[in-house]
Design a protein around this ligand. Structure first.
Ligand code: ASP
Length: 450
């Protein structure tokens, strides 16, 4: 069995939805479909999820939100009209209005419930359309199916383990296509919880893992994942095959084609993931696998992401103090902050983390504790981008770090952090945010020699 997930651009209008249904119907193994909310129809269009966020924000601000909700309903009505399934609309409309008007006690929970309506309505519409065109399909309600989530200490949605068992039978009826809304699940107490943006990829991965799929097909609007962001470099090298580990590193550092958290569920069960193009289904796409069968190049990909900061802790004779690092890390853990990298020297240690989690309030608290409890000096810098060079074939090959560092230095880019894990699968450079894209271009030019 294959689990297919379709992104917003694959569902943006009636024509795209017809394409998606044809793709699913062309292969009897494609029995589970995970759908995003309709995305942009043109470059300047607005995604349905963003329209829903505008509804929720207006309501939370105590404003009239009728104009915003009409914009959402108009998107579905247009699709339904073009597919000749206008009868699906009353159900969708009642549902959206009910959720948007519901009483709430918590702003974040309310926002989550409204955001989820994009995917939920899309799944209802697609299932209805398949049935209306003479095929058996069912809309799957994540609450009835048991897709359970909870928030971790940092407020991120995490999957409850029983979810996998709960979902393992959703495609047991062989003649029926299960249409599942992406992006959200339910808490045990019945509240909607959404993943972060792009989270329908995670839903697809969970379902593929739950049913033990032969492959997880993630359908988007590009033929391949590219070795570098195609907005930065013209005609970049396509990636035909990549390992989960490589993809995880690249997603972390800014590859947006797949949500970073979508890799683990399929990775844990060794299920291959195939990224494919809805607009060109015959293209082979990019395969994400446990073990590569071939290497097209020494480096697989290069990515860069802004939005990091550093907390540098300075303490004379730090390396002689037993337990110093443990105490330092405990302070971050107590405050619910996760840490990304820890480059260190003998008397200094730098904690690298995402700025969005390290609010000014958290900064004041953590810095205060470090100075008081560890009697150490502490400096925060909020201008850091991370650039990663990733490739399993780099292991045991000599000179890549030298070439990369020399290319960056010739381009006048100051390296603030350099880090290479012992697995040799990636190299990380910390640079000022303003140099992020430039550094990626310089490295691509050097390492792919185009
Ligand atoms: N619709 C959501 C978003 O725009 C989730 C998704 O598409 O995966 O982020």
């Amino acid at each position: 069995m294959k689990v297919t997930k379709f992104g917003g651009s694959s569902l943006a209008n009636a024509f795209q939805i017809q394409k998606v249904c044809n793709i699913v119907l062309s292969d009897p193994d494609r029995r589970i479909m995970v759908v995003s909310a309709p995305g942009k129809r043109t470059k300047d269009d607005t995604k349905v999820t963003d329209l829903l966020i505008a509804v929720a924000k207006a309501r939370l601000a105590g404003k009239d939100y009728s104009k915003e909700i009409e914009a959402v309903l108009a998107r579905y009505a247009e699709i339904a009209d073009e597919l000749n399934i206008e009868r699906v609309m009353p159900g969708i409309e009642v549902n959206i209005r009910k959720i948007c008007a519901a009483a709430y006690t918590d702003d974040v929970m309310y926002l989550d419930s409204v955001k989820a309506m994009g995917e939920d309505s899309c799944a209802r519409l697609v299932a209805y359309y398949l049935n209306a065109s003479g095929h058996k399909a069912k809309y799957c309600d994540p609450s009835e199916c048991g897709l359970y989530l909870e928030h971790d200490a940092a407020g991120k949605a995490v999957i409850l383990p029983e979810t996998y068992d709960n979902l393992s039978h959703i495609a047991d009826e062989e003649d029926t296509i299960a249409v599942f809304p992406g992006f959200f699940g339910y808490s045990k107490s019945g509240n909607i919880i959404t993943f972060s943006r792009g989270g329908s990829d995670i839903t697809g991965s969970i379902l593929a893992a739950a049913v033990g799929a032969e492959v997880y097909e993630n359908w988007t609007d590009v033929d391949n994942v590219f070795a570098v962001n195609p907005n930065l470099v013209k005609n970049p090298f396509p990636i035909t095959e990549i390992t989960y580990d490589e993809m995880r590193e690249l997603s972390y550092a800014g590859f947006t084609v797949l949500h970073e958290e979508a890799i683990y569920p399929v990775f844990a069960r060794g299920i291959p993931l195939n990224i494919k193009n809805t607009n060109n289904p015959s293209a082979k796409g990019t395969w994400i696998v446990s073990k590569r069968t071939h290497y097209d190049s020494l480096v697989t990909g290069i990515a860069g992401d802004k939005g990091f900061c550093t907390v540098t802790v300075d303490k004379y004779m730090m390396n002689h103090q037993v337990g110093f690092l443990a105490k330092l890390l405990e302070i971050f853990a107590d405050e619910g902050i996760s840490i990304d990298h820890i480059p260190s020297g003998i008397d200094t240690v730098t904690i690298v983390l995402r700025k969005k989690y390290f609010t000014e309030e958290k900064e004041a608290k953590i810095v205060g504790r470090i100075e008081k409890e560890l009697d150490a000096k502490c400096k925060v810098d909020r201008d850091l981008a991370i650039v990663m060079i990733v490739g399993e074939a780099m292991a045991n090959s000599v000179g890549i770090m030298a070439r990369a560092a020399s290319a960056l230095s010739s381009a006048g880019i100051n390296l603030r952090i350099v880090n290479q894990g012992a697995s040799e699968i990636s190299m990380m450079f910390g640079v000022s945010e303003s140099y992020c894209s430039y550094a990626v271009r310089v490295l691509y030019k050097e390492l792919f020699r185009y």
